[in-house]
Design a protein around this ligand. Structure first.
Ligand code: FES
Length: 574
């Protein structure tokens, strides 16, 4: 039996003959809106992260227009509104500092306005989790439209991928095997169309999370931004969201535990970004789903990486779309998924992928011939990470997955930058690089600096990977044997703060172990002498962030933002 839809929120603004109703309608009419738009039809917010400062979302005005077509077609009243945008390439010190701020912007913008449902336009890395988190805390009918990846990059006859090839080329320049002129030449070859990073970096991973969570229409993850079908999908989303209002299909009904479990497994199959761990933990916290780091390990442990995309493999998102897209990937692992999970189009996940086919077995590998046997995120624990740390096995060097080495310690990112290329730095290929004070509170903001560049003098000797450990994140486009999100972080006195040069560290990914080979007694003595790093962030948003941010193992949300307040209509003030 279908649910009775609740009274529409928008009626509280637009229905009636009071002075307030006059105010609400009259000013809206100054854009040329006719009377029939105020006849009680569903009002659909289009939450837009367009900004010229966020190049990955630079085409979103056009996407919004296509969403509007669909909303109008089905008898809705679309109203587009901006929220703060987060452009990964320009913002300092790091966009992650502002993810929660944007989620607050989204949540309060939705609740304060006459909206019955929302379409979220997302693309660049943090825009996806920020908008999902904010909308989840309002719990209206919600559908996500991702902006889509850029077309494949090509340079000198070979594919190059956003981020991944930048890291590779810059190491080649430092190692002396690529000229600076060639490096500069690659810029325009890499980013040659609208859209977000086209590697399986964080943006593409999060677009895949959207689709596997059931929050986007089938095809959302991979259709290139420049492909006409991206705009057709936006149009369809506009049509569908009006139906979601009629059915009162809210975001909390889609974001169930089963949906999160599906997304975690899909993350393994696509070789997705470690950033998805943090974002999904935070999102689950908004809808009251008890997702934990251990779930990531449990569900991802046996999941092979099937998708042959950079940074784990060699292809790019355009290739994934032509190979069948995410539905074909999910079809390959269908036996593991919760196929009865509900999705925004009203169908189950199983129904959405029932007819999916793979058209290129090099891009989407069969389950019995995976790209890497272990695609999921491995969660490490031990005396160096009592609350956990993560590593992405598919992007790591197999020979380094079990390793003992001498710690070469950097106290913070400035110390790292000052010394990493010092010819006198005492470092050997089998050492373990340790970077402190780059966690949520330490930097602050939890930046993507965990994939530390290797020392020049080792690059010149041909070394291309080393074990690296930090409390930072890394770009989803990066690769290497990089242990991240170590919790608690150094800045709050986590054991990482106590590591000293020359200590022995043991990494054993198969045993999920990260161990500092120092006695408890010695660690206690070091702890007694430890003092927290100083900072001068005494006011404004930085202060709010430092006072309320949680650690990596719970998603780095603010303590006061976990959960939902729904979307009751606030009181009038005119
Ligand atoms: Fe925007 Fe990579 S920089 S998605």
């Amino acid at each position: 039996m279908s649910k009775k839809p609740p009274a529409r929120r928008s009626h509280a603004w637009f229905e009636g003959t009071s002075r307030d109703n006059f105010v609400h309608r009259s000013w809206m009419r100054n854009q040329g809106r006719p009377s029939h738009l105020f006849d009680g039809r569903p009002v659909i917010g289009i939450c837009n992260t367009w900004s010229e400062l966020t190049p990955c979302n630079g085409h979103f005005r056009r996407i919004a227009e296509h969403v509007k077509r669909g909303v109008y077609e089905c008898g809705g009243f679309p109203l587009e509104f901006p929220v703060m945008s987060l452009g990964e390439t320009l913002m300092r010190p790091t966009t992650m500092l502002f993810r929660n701020l944007v989620s607050m912007d989204v949540e309060e913008s939705i609740r304060a306005n006459p909206l019955d449902a929302v379409v979220l336009l997302v693309g660049c890395d943090k825009t996806t989790p920020a908008l999902l988190m904010g909308a989840a805390s309002c719990n209206l009918p919600t559908i996500v439209v991702s902006g889509g990846p850029m077309l494949n990059g090509y340079f000198k006859g070979r594919k190059i991928g956003s981020g991944t090839s930048v890291w590779e080329f810059s190491e080649d320049v430092r190692a002396g095997c690529m000229s600076v002129a060639e490096f500069m030449d690659a810029e325009s070859s890499m980013s040659r169309s609208v859209g977000h990073c086209m590697t399986m970096g964080t943006a593409s991973t999060m677009a895949s999370m959207v689709e596997s969570l059931g929050m986007g229409l089938p095809g959302n993850a991979a259709i290139p931004a420049a492909d006409a079908r991206r705009y057709a999908l936006a149009h369809e989303a506009g049509r569908r969201v009006v139906g979601m209002v009629e059915e009162n299909l809210t975001i909390a009904e889609v974001l169930t535990r089963e949906a999160f479990e599906n997304a975690v497994m899909v993350n393994g199959a696509i070789g997705g970004s470690t950033n998805a761990v943090v974002h999904l933990l935070a999102l689950a916290g908004r809808v009251g789903v008890d997702l934990s780091l251990d779930d990531w390990d449990r569900l991802g442990r046996e999941m092979p990486c099937l998708v042959n995309l950079m940074p784990s493999g060699e292809h790019l998102m355009e290739d994934l779309y032509y190979a069948g897209g995410l539905p074909a990937v999910m079809q390959e692992i269908a036996a593991s998924l919760h196929l009865d999970a509900k999705t925004v189009n009203g169908q189950t996940l199983g129904q959405n992928i029932a007819d999916a086919e793979c058209y290129n077995r090099d891009v989407i590998r069969p389950l019995d011939e995976p790209l890497a046997e272990h695609g999921g995120i491995a969660v490490l624990r031990g005396n160096l990470a009592p609350q956990g740390a993560v590593v992405k096995p598919s992007a790591a060097t197999p020979a380094l997955m079990q390793h003992r080495g001498r710690a070469v310690v950097f106290e913070d990112i400035d110390d790292f930058k000052a010394r990493i290329d010092d010819p006198d730095l005492d470092v050997e290929p089998e050492d373990v690089l340790v970077l402190k004070n780059c966690g949520p509170k330490g930097y602050p903001g939890f930046p993507e600096v965990g994939n530390m560049p290797l020392p020049s003098k080792l690059l010149e000797r041909g070394v291309r990977d080393m074990v690296r450990i930090s409390d930072a994140r890394m770009s989803g486009t990066a690769y290497g044997t990089v242990v991240l999100h170590t919790a608690p972080e150094a800045a709050v006195g986590g054991p990482l703060a106590l590591v000293q040069n020359g200590d022995t560290i043991e990494l054993d990914v198969a045993a999920r172990r990260l161990h500092l080979d120092v006695t408890d007694q010695a660690l206690e003595a070091r702890r007694a002498a430890w003092t927290p790093p100083e900072h001068d962030f005494t006011r404004g948003y930085y202060r709010l962030f430092l006072d309320h941010v949680l650690q990596a193992d719970t998603g780095v949300d603010f303590d006061f933002l976990r959960g939902s307040s729904g979307a009751p209509v606030p009181r009038e003030s005119h």
